[in-house]
Design a protein around this ligand. Structure first.
Ligand code: BF8
Length: 504
């Protein structure tokens, strides 16, 4: 039974978001504030304008997201005992874009440590450093490029090499993948090193059911067909089924509430990453292949012993959804997609990426993309992909599941390859990235990566910008001039539909 003082997500959501912070107008980079800059004419105590405050907030968001993705690659490199590859961006990026980025002076300085640029971004946006909001926003592009190559591309490449490239196959999604008859272990987070070791170890036991949550779940689903039980918003519901014997978390998007929640159930919460410690969790550090294997065996022992402590309440009402998964830049038929574009069978490709934010009407957005799928192929990754899957849409014909959020690199690569077939620039193709329900700052970093590739990027929930600032004008227009791309916001699914459906 859940203790009375534990509130689950729907209850906690009743707290309204701060309207000032939501628009990006709250400055808390120094201790003279926080300053609330309510109009263009008002300044913070230090004299910072509304535009500067909003731009710095966006940069700090972007830096946070980039740090998370690059940290992911960095941990993989350390885990595998490998070093950074030199000239990685030059090697991966389309040459014309690399040239443009050079001209714009936004190619990150990556010699030994890409973290220098991320820490420099925090420096740029701290009180009393950069006062030119346009220059501050240019830093977002620089971080977007780092995020894309040293986060998304590098993590995807390292994981593919070590754990295998996904294959197209059938898979399953939903909470009902959790099996009351078996010992259930859930793996949750983003860095799948421990989860991969568990995939090998659980094969030695026929009474263990391994399920995934969030992006570690999406990675296992893509590579091995391990069922995914939940996305970010449903992670608490995984525990409240009452039959998860061990919840193993690595890093990112893990709700701090899991600690109290696991206390209310028999579930053993196990942390595995040194930077993601949680009170009351059992910590099993995973730093290399050997410690991953040892931890995997110990986790199985803990889960087996814990099954006897289950309570009587089992709460599973949903139904397994069958999905087609495992698409990559190498196994998707880019010739066929190019032919469909050439013959005007489809108008283009929309990549629907990122989170599910419980403050957004998810149904309305998914229905909108379903309508748009008549004219567009839909690629999807991350938590929003789970929503397509749980509605039975991931058919591998019109809707393609391309994996976890770092696997957005696959989408960038497919865009690059299709544009090459037409001998065109990415920006000249009808490609769109839509992040309808962003929750994490990582979604913002990914958006700036696609914008730096020349792809239009849509957000369906305000990320620190409101429609009447110079900042949003810059993001819509200045980017258009330099990159032929724009970052725009439309929170209304119907108005977004009209903008996209009637593009010729
Ligand atoms: O990297 S989609 S809620 S789980 S941040 Fe987090 Fe958002 Fe889910 Fe994966 Ni991506």
């Amino acid at each position: 039974m859940v203790k009375k003082n534990i509130e689950l997500l729907p209850e906690r959501l009743k707290m309204e978001p701060c309207p000032i912070g939501k628009n990006g107008f709250c400055c808390k980079t120094c201790l003279m504030g926080p300053c609330r800059i309510m109009s263009h004419n008002q300044k913070g105590v230090c004299g910072a304008s509304q535009d500067l405050v909003a731009a710095r907030n966006i940069l700090r968001f972007t830096a946070g997201g980039t740090a998370a993705h690059c940290g992911h690659s960095y941990h993989l490199l350390k885990y595998l005992g490998k070093k950074y590859s030199k000239n990685y961006i030059k090697h991966k990026a389309p040459p014309y874009l690399y040239k443009l980025w050079k001209e714009l002076d936004i190619v990150p300085e990556i010699t030994l440590e890409h973290f220098k640029d991320i820490s420099e971004a925090m420096h740029v946006s701290t009180m009393g450093v950069n006062a030119d909001y346009q220059d501050v926003l240019k830093w977002c592009m620089r971080l977007g490029i780092i995020d894309g190559y040293y986060g998304l591309y590098l993590a995807t490449e390292l994981e593919d090499k070590k754990f295998g490239k996904p294959k197209i196959r059938k898979g399953e999604m939903d909470l009902s993948c959790i099996d009351p008859k078996k010992i259930n272990i859930a793996v949750h987070g983003h860095e799948p090193m421990l989860a991969e070791a568990l995939v090998i170890e659980v094969k030695k036991h026929n009474n263990i059911n391994l399920v995934g949550v969030c992006c570690t779940g999406a990675a296992l689903l893509s590579r091995h067909g391990i069922p995914i039980a939940a996305h970010f918003v449903l992670q608490e519901n995984v525990i409240t089924t009452g039959i998860i014997d061990a919840m193993v978390v690595d890093t990112q998007c893990i709700m701090p509430s899991l600690s109290d929640l696991c206390d209310c159930y028999h579930t053993k919460l196990i942390t595995t990453n040194e930077i993601a410690r949680i009170p009351n969790a059992l910590h099993m550090p995973v730093t290399n292949l050997h410690s991953a294997r040892v931890a995997a065996r110990n986790i199985i022992k803990e889960a087996v012993a814990n099954k006897n402590h289950r309570g009587k309440n089992i709460n599973i009402q949903s139904e397994r959804k069958r999905v087609v998964i495992g698409f990559t830049e190498d196994n998707i038929d880019t010739n066929k997609l190019a032919d469909m574009i050439q013959s005007k069978n489809i108008k283009g490709i929309i990549a629907v990426i990122g989170c599910v934010n419980p403050r957004v009407d998810c149904d309305a957005w998914i229905k909108t993309f379903e309508r748009l799928s008549k004219d567009y192929i839909i690629f999807t990754t991350g938590c929003v992909a789970f929503e397509f899957g749980s509605r039975g849409l991931l058919d591998g014909e019109r809707f393609f599941h391309l994996g976890s959020c770092v696997n957005n690199a696959r989408i960038a690569e497919i865009f690059k390859r299709i544009a090459d077939k037409f001998n065109k620039k990415i920006t000249d193709m009808l490609f769109l990235v839509s992040c309808p329900m962003p929750m994490s700052e990582k979604s913002i970093a990914i958006g700036f990566f696609f914008a730096s590739l020349g792809v239009d990027v849509h957000y369906g929930y305000p990320f620190l910008i409101s429609s009447d600032t110079h900042v949003s004008g810059f993001l819509e227009n200045v980017l258009k001039n330099k990159f032929k791309s724009r970052v725009f916001m439309d929170v209304d699914p119907e108005s977004f539909y009209r903008k996209i459906a009637f593009v010729i």
